[in-house]
Design a binder for this molecule. Sequence first.
Ligand code: TXA
Ligand code: MG
Length: 313
Amino acid sequence: MSIGSNIEQAAAYLQEGRVIGIPTETVYGLAGNALRTEIVTKIFEIKNRPSFDPLIVHCPSRESVSHYVTEVPQWANDLMKAFSPGPLTFLLPRKTIIPDLVTSGLDRVAIRIPAHPVAAELLSLLDFPLAAPSANPFGYISPTSAFHVEAQLGNLIPYILDGGHCTIGLESTIIGEENRKLIVYRAGGLSIEEIEKITGPVEIREGSSSPQAPGMLKSHYAPRKKFILGNLKELTEQYSGKNYSVLSFEDSYPGKHNKILSPEGDLFEAAHNLFSYMRMLDESDSEFILAEKVPDKGLGVAINDRLNRASSK
Ligand code: TXA
Ligand code: MG
């Protein structure tokens, strides 16, 4: 296995039918040819992911999307014009060129056009789209650097294309339509407020484990250590003298290790730091982690969703 920034080499591996790590602006992906069932099977195996949890198909451009879906409805077209390439994933009716395994047999396929320049260039070199879940073992924190991918999947893949730290740091927001209503199935790197500026009010389907978004099982994104979410002033008093570390939003607290998501109180910065700080604390020598929620607006909604999932073991 090697880590490198050679986009042609990455493209060559993918053309050979291999599965590799790739950067996106949200999180790193574990990518392979989305049009070949045997390659998609490998992705599920490497990730140890149950086959009922479908994958996102990454496309190079808005124009290319029509090869894979039977229709791009007006709402999706409007949102694509505003936010694609970017951290927004669309559930759209799939064409049969998309293998059953990619969608776990569902009628809709999840489509995203990533904005990361390295991912965009890679996709432009290929004549197929890339199926890519986040490049973490199923159930663990998503990777936001090539080293995170190497640490957990390095011995299972030939190459990790290094695109630096993910600028956004949270997975994409997932949107789709049911009975003429727009539904956000996963809060993510594009805030609901931004979406609603284009579409008007949307419904947010939270913490569901419905077959519509089976990946949203409640115990997703969990660190291995016990992760306790609450009021940090109270928690640090309650556990005083114990071996804990602290993940706080903007203030500093006593603890063996204290990672502050954004000393300035900036939600973009907090999102960018969230997963790497969760990993650091999970790998530190403290026994458990105390954490607090961030303001519930903008990217804070997605950050709080991940914090909740981390704590629900
Ligand atoms: O930002 C992202 O979305 C990253 C980067 C690599 O693009 N990808 C990512 O993939 O987070 P993954 O596999 O970790 O999460 C994809 C989510 C899962 O919860 C899955 O259930 C849902 O998307 N999903 C995919 N296809 C779907 C479909 N056809 N219908 C409903 N949900 C779907
Ligand atoms: Mg994931």
